[in-house]
Each structure stands twice: as C-alpha cells, then as structure tokens.
Design a protein around this ligand. Structure first.
Ligand code: ATP
Length: 208
C-alpha cells in the first residue's frame, strides 16, 4: 500500500483515514497506546529501539509489546514457550520507560488475529486510543490481513521503516533479527550487543 505524501516523516500524522468518526470502539480520548506485536523469539535491540522511537515520534503514552502466543494447532518447534519469551521481554524492558511487555494476547482465543486483539482491547480499555505499529514490509501487503479495512477504521496505524520499505515516522534501522540470534546461540557465537544485556544469559540458556 502506498503512503500518502504528508505521512512520510512524522507519525503524529498516522495514516489517513476517510475523516469520518468511526462508530467502532477504541477511539477514546484517554491514554494513547502503541501496539507492537510479534513473536519476540527472543526480543532484541531492534525491537527495543523501535518501541522507543515510536513512543517519541508518535507522541504515545506507552507502547505495549504484545508477545504473541504459540498457536496450539500449529506447533512451531522454533518458537520458544510463551512464558519464557514473555519473561525475557519483561526483563529486557526493565528500566525502559513507557514500553511494557504484555501477555494480553495469550488470554485471547487462538489464533490471535490483530483484528480480534484490537476488538478485545477496545472493550477492555474503552477510553484508550490505540495505534497499531506495523513494519513497512507488512504494510506492503496489509490488504491481505484479516479485516484490514475494519482495522484501519478502528485504530490509528503508524508504519515504521524496514529495510527497503518506507515508514510514516523515523525509526532507526537496526540490522538484527531473532533468527540470527537463535542461530548464533546454536553455533556458540557471541550475541553480545544484539539483545539487551540483562537477558543475554537467559537467551543463551533458552536457545542453547
Ligand atoms: P524472526 O527472525 O524470528 O522472524 P524478528 O526479528 O523479525 O523475528 P519478530 O518477533 O517477528 O522479530 O518481530 C516483531 C516485529 O518487530 C515484526 O513485525 C518486525 O517488523 C519488527 N522487527 C523485527 N526486527 C526488527 C528490527 N531489527 N528493527 C525494527 N523492527 C523489527
């Protein structure tokens, strides 16, 4: 999907919607929360840098890093247990003001579609305003997402840049992935500087 020109730098603009007031929930005037979802298997410095950048650039009160649950029907051997990924995310974010790890999706029916998560959030937090943080790579095929039009109507969307894909706000491109970290641990290589220092021992233990 294209980004409209005025959205190219700051995300205070978020993405243009048709301008009408949405009849849906979740457009409250209370706290402004960024939703940053992923498997965080494990969380790494790229995730933390992005969450901090979004907090600042989008003027959010908080970013909730939603650790997505394992789909019980689709066991993925590479995906570490929910509670262990959550534990690392919590520990990695200690002292990172405004960014919180959340197990919210783990209490929802599976599989966890963004559309269902946003609906549940809107019911549980009717006064909050939610901004979905999504990577430029995912934004490129956003129209394939379940209920994508409803998602757009329901919440703000802020697109962060990914290698080769523009965003609607500035965020550093940190060249690191969870896959690379898992592989390095398996091969006995150092992961120093790739994950927050506080979780280095846990990452080595859990993926070793
Ligand atoms: P994997 O290598 O296991 O596929 P990943 O490193 O891409 O994992 P995810 O848990 O899939 O991590 O990431 C959650 C979200 O964080 C994704 O939507 C992705 O766009 C974003 N993300 C991943 N790596 C980075 C990075 N280096 N900088 C900013 N955002 C990132």
């Amino acid at each position: 999907m294209n980004l409209s020109p005025h959205q190219s730098t700051k995300c205070s603009s978020s993405l243009e919607r048709s301008g009408e007031q949405s009849p849906l929930l979740g457009r409250g005037r209370g706290r402004s929360i960024g939703i940053f979802g992923g498997s965080f298997n494990p969380i790494h410095i790229g995730h933390v840098a992005l969450a901090k950048a979004a907090l600042e650039a989008c003027g959010l009160d908080e970013v909730w890093l939603m650790v997505s649950p394992q789909n019980p029907l689709k066991r993925n051997m590479a995906l570490l247990d929910d509670q262990l990924r959550l534990e690392m995310a919590h520990k990695a974010l200690e002292g990172v003001e405004g960014v919180k790890a959340s197990d919210y999706e783990m209490h929802l029916p599976k599989p966890s579609y963004t559309w269902h998560t946003l609906q549940a959030l809107a019911k549980d937090y009717p006064d909050y305003r939610f901004t979905l943080l999504i990577g430029g790579d995912n934004w490129a095929h956003f129209q394939r997402w379940y209920h994508w039009e409803d998602i757009q109507r329901m919440c703000d969307i802020a697109v962060y840049p990914r290698e080769g894909f523009a965003g609607t706000f500035d965020a550093p491109l940190v060249n690191v992935s969870s896959t690379e970290i898992r592989e390095k641990v398996k091969q006995g290589q150092s992961i120093h500087g790739l994950v927050p220092e506080a979780i280095e021992p846990l990452v080595r233990q859990y993926y070793g």
